[in-house]
Design a protein around this ligand. Structure first.
Ligand code: FMN
Length: 157
């Protein structure tokens, strides 16, 4: 029988972060930041677009207000520890690229680095943003797409 609950109770029954990604942004000092995100989706086929929802308190939010690009990174199996690091520490306090020993190369857009060990990376330019409660949805148009045939995509089971 259906019962009424508060949202966290009802959501706990159906919620599993089966898909998780990272978003790379640029810090005001020119270095780069990483954030673990679960709230992302494709939003357009032509042109290709992805939306990411970023909390107002996140340092990544500040970064995105300043530099209007993000790289959406689909992690590989070997990047599980990086997902934990990027999802628990703030780029305000640490450099996640060096703390996570991230191996990267310049992107084709010449804006943000591409993570060499990722399963796929999409270089996006922010074209729209929408405030959504305590988050902002940044919609990015995909400019270049990368994938690594040797990397197996990580997802929660
Ligand atoms: C599995 C997982 C999923 C997450 N999803 C999101 C998300 O979709 N949006 C968001 O703003 N924060 C999300 N977070 C929280 C951020 O990753 C976390 O607060 C991070 O430390 C913020 O880093 P920053 O301050 O450098 O931007 C998630 C964390 C985890 C562990």
């Amino acid at each position: 029988m259906m019962q009424i609950h508060n949202l966290p109770e009802a959501y706990a029954k159906v919620h599993l972060p089966s898909k998780v990604a990272l978003a790379v942004t640029q810090k005001p000092d020119g270095n780069y930041n990483l954030i673990t995100i679960e709230w992302f989706m494709r939003t357009s086929i032509a042109p290709p677009m992805f939306a990411i929802s970023i909390g107002h308190s996140r340092y990544s939010h500040d970064c995105l207000q300043d530099v209007r690009y993000f790289n959406l990174v689909f992690p590989s199996l070997g990047q599980k520890d990086l997902l934990s690091l990027a999802g628990s520490q703030s780029g305000r306090d640490i450099d996640k690229f060096s703390a996570g020993k991230v191996s990267s190369m310049p992107g084709k857009l010449q804006k943000l680095p591409v993570l060499k060990d990722a399963a796929a990376v999409f270089e996006c330019e922010v074209v729209t943003q929408v405030k959504s409660g305590d988050h902002t949805i940044f919609v990015g148009e995909v400019k270049y797409s990368w994938s690594n045939p040797e990397a197996e995509f990580f997802y929660y089971q």
